[in-house]
Design a protein around this ligand. Structure first.
Ligand SMILES: [Zn+2]
Length: 398
């Protein structure tokens, strides 16, 4: 066994030894789901396990009280971060598998920390709360907590083992229509119907859909449809998400969706109020060189891998934006069958049990092994960094 193989074996043994603690974190998060920025228990469970493994833990980072950072430095060398996510969804629980993401990230940090004194560099577990719509990583980035990280990774449980995975760009518009209330039977002609405006907007978007590129997704919900059926609705609200593979496509689609919103106001006489975020969330800049190392390590663990396809990664996340500031991979690890969609009750049910536990251990090991590759082989880190810059990534920019 050469030195690198021995180091990887040591990291794997540390992760196996931590398995009961990792499964405990995942199981508790599954049983007690906490929503974005309220993840106090998940934070405490992860920090306790990291502290027990000898990492220095900070609970609460900047303005995010449920963020955390755990570090162990072995000497000069690159700083490699494993990202943990731990918020659940209202109603749908851990249907995004963040309990598995968190336990895998903690495990990877424990594995790398075990060998860090021998190889130098720094192992970092970065706890990034509020992923589901909260954009916690964007806040942490603005506050400087991604500065100085040389490469980072997190693994998402899903359908397939895909190292060079993707996520798509996304933005979300908040919509309100203001109409005029009137008795819906006695004097409807004096009203302006804000619900009709909203329905016309949704129908316009449905008609637009056929003319959109196949990677574009537009989907929304009505969050307020009116107050009473006997009153012409004078105030309605909705949230609509627009996604596309890349920023350029998204930039072309956004005005067309906006035109549907404006047109519906014109048709009905209702006044439109809408708020588009200043900048859409970006697609993941997955680093191919880093992904290749991860893939080799995953295959060494006995997991067959496959290339990304149309089904894989057609979702978004707040890692997308930060992947343009730090070389990143966000591989997927097979946990469910192909017929189990994320954000479903079935996915929540699949996020616990033997398949989820295998996913946690293999994810943690493959990440720790990839981090070891990065530290012991400076040419790999050079390759990762050069690819990142060539693709338009900018290290440490705010
Ligand atoms: Zn999700």
């Amino acid at each position: 066994m050469n030195d690198t193989a021995a180091l990887k074996a040591t990291a794997q043994r540390a992760i196996d030894a931590a398995a009961p603690a990792l499964f405990d974190i995942s199981n508790r998060m599954h049983a007690e789901v906490e929503l974005a920025f309220e993840e106090v228990k998940a934070q405490a469970w992860q920090c306790a396990a990291l502290a027990r493994a000898g990492l220095a833990v900070e609970e609460g980072l900047g303005s995010l009280r449920t963020a955390f950072r755990a570090t162990r430095r072995g000497g000069a060398g690159p700083r490699i971060a494993f990202l943990c996510e731990y918020d659940g969804l209202p109603v749908y629980g851990q249907s995004c598998g963040h309990n598995v993401v968190a336990a895998a990230g903690v495990g990877a940090a424990i594995g790398l920390a075990r060998v860090i004194d021998r190889i130098g560099g720094e192992a970092v577990a970065l706890g990034t709360p509020g992923e589901e719509g909260g954009g916690g990583k964007n806040i942490l980035h603005r506050e400087g907590f991604f500065a100085g990280i040389d490469a980072m990774m997190l693994v998402y449980p899903g359908m397939d083992n895909i190292a060079h995975s993707r996520t798509v760009g996304a933005t979300r518009v908040q919509v309100a229509y203001h109409g005029k209330a009137a008795h819906a039977a006695a004097r409807p002609e004096l009203g302006i119907n804000a619900l009709d405006a909203l329905l016309a907007a949704f129908n316009g978007i449905n008609a637009l859909r056929q003319q959109l590129p196949s990677d574009v997704r537009v989907h929304g919900i009505i969050t307020k449809g009116g107050t009473l059926p006997q009153v012409i609705p004078d105030h309605t609200t909705a949230v609509i998400t627009v996604r596309a593979n890349d920023a350029a496509t998204l930039a072309r689609v956004i005005p067309r969706v906006d035109a549907c919103l404006v047109g519906a106001a014109e048709m009905t006489g209702a006044r439109l109020e809408r708020t588009w975020p200043e900048k859409p969330g970006r697609e993941l800049l997955s680093n191919a060189a880093l992904a290749q190392s991860f893939e080799r390590n995953l295959q060494a663990l006995g997991r067959p891998t496959r290339p990304r396809d149309q089904l894989s990664g057609a979702w978004s996340g707040d890692t997308g934006n930060v992947s343009w500031f730090v070389p990143t991979i966000q591989p997927q690890m097979a946990m469910t069958g192909r017929d189990v969609p994320p954000h479903s009750h079935e996915f929540h049910a699949a996020s616990i049990g033997p398949d989820a536990e295998r996913c946690i251990l293999d994810s943690a090991k493959a990440m720790a092994m990839t981090a070891i590759d990065l530290i012991v082989d400076p040419t790999l880190l050079d390759k990762v960094t050069a690819e990142f810059a060539a693709a338009g990534g900018v290290r440490d920019a705010l």
